[in-house]
Design a protein. Sequence first.
Length: 299
Amino acid sequence: MRSAEMTLEMAGEIRPHHIGLITHVRRRLMGVTGAAILGFLILTAVVGPFVVPYDPQSIEFSAFQKPGLEHPFGTDKLGRDVFTRVIYGARISLGIGIAATLMASIGGTLLGVVSAYFGGWVDYLIQRLVEVVMSFPALILLIILSAALGPSIRNVILILGIAAIPIMSRLVRSIVLSEKQQPYIEAARSLGASNRRILFMHVLPSTLPLVGILASLSLGFMILAEAALSFLGLGVPVPNPSWGADMSGNARDYFQQAPWLAIFPGLAISLTILGANLVGEAVRDIIDPFAQSWGRAGR
């Protein structure tokens, strides 16, 4: 009987640790996989246009050629090589996604930090403005801003960045509200530290891990939103190659006849979102102490 009890106790000690180790390895593997996907796509966007054999605007080929050795992704209705346009589109789509994510991260972090740290009427005005923007459904807000500013690559970056700033600022604000109550902030203030020093040396660094997680997760949303706007004719103007733009306009009329027109740009968008989400989850697991101790929760 005693032997059986000891065996059960040992199993209870070993099994959670074993589960935690497996979970830890799996999460790290997912993060590496996501980083590899994003790295490959970014490398393709940088190097690809210099090695593809065709011009993305060239219409010298027959229309609707099926994927083959000469044209791995086939050709579109104008005879343009789809593989070339997907490669060139990576530069525009990823460039828009990264630029819009940086804009949202910087703007949202500054608004959230200032709003939470100073409080009072500053917090009131910023939060009322944020609530007005967030009261609009995301897609409706994107369409309104796109119609007002007009379709262009620069405007798409501005639209996506502006639309994501309120959400980012709200999340950063919640972190700063908690952080500014910590004893070390009071100690720094009692020692005569200025607001600028407290903000940039103590408060702002505490928000960077959260901002990194949100930025990696937002990248996939930016890519998808750009594709949605381009699909509606409000994003990247034709004839610029873009994953969303290549699935928009008259191309939609030929999807049944030539499904590769939607499959390959759609696959590129899906891979980007998958890679960004895997990296975001991995970063969260590394930073979040509760996620790291999940495997030990059963002890």
